[in-house]
Design a protein around this ligand. Structure first.
Ligand SMILES: *Cc1c(COP(=O)(O)O)cnc(C)c1O
Length: 429
């Protein structure tokens, strides 16, 4: 569900006509809906409530301080992958004890910062990393009463059937250790006095459309938990990672309730605290990217719509071939979209490539897309832009990054200013 709806041919974010935002703040601009964040997080918390889950929102999907503050206020923990993300969480008032830290390349500096902040769990990706963590705890935190906790990232070798760049749960990826290796790692480090290795982490990847890979993974992990416990190891927590589907197209992925219906019965009664690390399933639908049509033109048989947002603002289409539904924010009422699906074609539509201003052939937001006729000056909405949108944006072509706006009911406020030319050069002065 989300709160971006057409009323009489005009797109609203909650109670705000998005044209108002575009006029006030300019374009391109990311527009977030507070109520959509709340709804998505609460649906996950509800769906898994029997297991008293800790939901750790994945900061890399959408890391604006105001969004993190909002999430912390709703009881969310955070999944981080860098020292910078830890800094953001702390600045936003997040509880460090509810932070889990993954990533194959944590530096010593980042690890020490996380030890000192007292984060919940280090999600360990390799034996060397664990040895390094132990060494750093001995050196920097040996006197402290609370021993840092760690979860071993296990690679359950399930096929996620997504884009190759988005798969992280197969044997041939850089993430985690094999199930067979996991027992040996616990045997070596499970009773280490410096770090409590007492949990298992899995993260399969992202972009899948069924619950099967999650069920397969849990069915492979639970026997491992039994084996570890039989050998006298403590396993108190299972972190199932992120990667739950988001509705880039209308109702094409399982809901939180459907995931939970498949997973909760497997995990219930096993004495495991559940941690989840959803990113895009919470924030993808919670934002749109507004962009204006600069020009339209014909190139051979192709029609091009050139807009003021490019791959530096939203790289997912260029990077992953990702689909984003795109539609004019103001249309004749007969063109109000009935779904946000790839194959939506309405009488009177034209087929066009929607491209940005960047000097790269890969700079497109959509190819061969059926949209209502648009002209210079029209405002377009790129839907489901809240995840890996702004956070992956760059200054390529010396373009200042877009502004971010948060809508709350009938009002909106800028939560990140548009970058200026001076911002672009400030660190080079
Ligand atoms: C990226 C990532 C997530 C979030 O993935 P989504 O697909 O956005 O849900 C969660 N955990 C880890 C370890 C990640 O790398």
């Amino acid at each position: 569900m989300d709160l971006f709806h057409y009323r009489g041919g005009r797109l609203f974010a909650e109670g705000v006509d998005v044209e108002r935002i575009a006029v006030d703040v300019g374009t391109p601009v990311y527009v977030y809906s507070r109520a959509t964040f709340e709804d998505h997080l609460q649906k996950i918390q509800q769906a898994y409530r029997e297991l008293d889950p800790l939901v750790c929102f994945a900061v890399k999907a959408c890391g604006n301080l105001h969004i993190l503050k909002l999430m912390a206020g709703l009881g969310s923990g955070f999944d981080i992958v860098s020292g910078g993300e830890l800094y953001r969480v702390l600045q936003a008032g997040g509880d460090p004890a509810q932070v889990v830290y993954a990533g194959v390349g944590k530096t010593d500096e980042e690890i020490v910062q996380a030890i000192q902040a007292g984060i919940g769990y280090f999600n360990i990706e390799s034996e060397q990393e664990l040895e390094n963590l132990i060494r750093l705890v001995e050196r920097h935190a040996s006197g402290s009463k609370v021993k840092p906790k760690a979860a071993l990232r296990v690679n359950p070798d399930v096929d996620y059937r997504s884009h190759a760049y988005l798969e992280t749960g197969k044997k041939e990826t850089k993430f985690g250790v094999d199930i067979e290796r996991a027992v040996a790692v616990f045997d070596t480090y499970g009773r280490n006095p410096a770090v409590q290795l007492h949990a298992i982490h899995v993260h399969l990847g992202t972009g899948g459309k069924t619950i099967d890979p999650f069920v397969d993974a849990v069915k492979k992990i639970l026997p491992l938990v039994d084996r570890l416990r039989e050998k006298g190891h403590t396993v108190e927590m299972l972190d199932l990672g992120g990667g739950y589907g988001a509705d880039y197209e209308t109702q094409t992925v399982p809901s939180a309730q459907q995931y939970a219906a498949g997973l909760v019965p497997l995990i219930k009664g096993k004495g495991l605290r559940l941690v989840l690390e959803p990113g895009k399933s919470i924030c993808a639908n919670a934002a749109i990217l507004l962009t204006r049509v600069l020009y339209t033109k014909q190139g051979g048989s192709k029609k091009f719509v050139i807009v003021d947002a490019g791959m530096n603002d939203l790289i997912r289409p260029s990077l992953y071939g990702a689909f984003h539904f795109i539609w004019p924010a103001k249309t004749d009422p007969r063109f109000v979209p009935t779904t946000r699906n790839k194959d939506l074609h309405m009488e009177g539509n034209e087929v066009a490539d929607i491209v940005g201003p960047i000097c790269e052939g890969a700079d497109f937001l959509a190819k061969d897309r059926s949209i209502p006729p648009v002209q210079r000056g029209d405002l377009m909405s790129v839907f489901t832009a809240g995840a890996y949108g702004f956070t992956m944006s760059s200054n390529y072509n010396a373009r200042g990054r877009a502004a971010e706006v948060l809508v709350e009911g009938d009002s909106f406020r800028v939560i990140r200013k548009r970058e200026t030319y001076e911002d672009l050069v400030a660190l080079e002065r």
